[in-house]
Design a protein. Structure first.
Length: 262
């Protein structure tokens, strides 16, 4: 039996949102030379119009645009296209800017100047996951929570829970290892990329978003639900505990505990 074929990258469309002519040409040429189909927009307004017309697989997004802040474009794209891969490319280097970008909906964050080789490697890693080259797994049920990796669907008491792509991937990985300690390094390598060079705040922001969305889903129910519990293992990673009955996810940080749930 042969190995699965590598996705045909000539079909993958990448929207480049960059007002700097030199960088824009560099990205457009590099992407086309590596088999992608790039479209270059120089403003946020033009980028949103292009995204409405064309089903893109990924967006490379500058934050310092002439007509609007790139964070607003990231939020709009994430709202309209939940599964779209968004990679921010910017000169902003402060941790608070990185967290803001990820919280706005970006999947990855590269600081200028960056290597085209590294950018292409990041794209390949992300798009492998987006194109479904991983083995197909059946639904996983933990209490009232069901996650279906094949359908990329999460439900709580049969009600759909809306998760961002990386939040879904993170929860799916933890659900495949209930009761096991999963290190931060494993989570970053499996959910993001084994060659990730960015801040691990990416994981913290994504985990916070996942917990918040599950909390909101539980709060919206009319009856108590049985939920597994994500415990923070300080200095190591996370562990998914057995389901407990609660009207909302439990937080075990009370009393100075070194663990936290959801």
């Amino acid at each position: 039996m042969g190995t699965p074929a590598t996705p045909d990258r000539s079909r993958l469309r990448v929207l480049v949102v960059e007002d700097d002519t030199t960088i824009g040409h560099h990205l457009e040429t590099g992407l086309r030379g590596n088999g992608y189909t790039p479209t270059w927009s120089r403003t946020g307004t033009a980028a949103l119009a292009e995204a409405t017309r064309t089903p893109f697989d990924a967006v490379l997004l500058d934050l310092g645009l002439p007509d609007t802040d790139g964070l607003d474009i990231a939020r709009t794209l994430r709202s309209r296209f939940p599964d779209l891969l968004i990679v921010i490319l910017t000169a902003r280097t402060d941790d608070i800017d990185i967290v803001a970008g990820l919280d706005a909906g970006a999947d990855d964050y590269l600081v200028k100047p960056f290597s085209l080789t590294v950018l292409l490697a990041r794209l390949r890693a992300h798009l492998r996951r987006h194109t479904g080259s991983s083995p197909v797994l059946g639904p996983i049920r933990l209490g009232d929570l069901v996650i279906d990796p094949a359908a990329r669907r999460c439900t709580l008491q049969s009600i759909d829970v809306s998760l961002r792509p990386k939040e879904f991937d993170l929860l799916a990985l933890l659900c495949r290892h209930p009761g096991e300690a999963v290190s931060r390094e494993t989570l970053m390598a499996d959910v993001w990329d084994e060659n990730w060079f960015g801040s691990t705040k990416t994981l913290d922001v994504t985990m916070a978003g996942l917990r918040r969305r599950l909390t909101q889903a539980a709060d919206a129910l009319t009856r108590p639900c049985r939920l597994p519990r994500i415990t923070t293992l300080r200095g190591h990673g996370y562990r998914l505990e057995g389901a407990v009955e609660a009207s909302r996810p439990i937080d075990d940080r009370r009393g100075g505990s070194s663990r936290s749930a959801w």
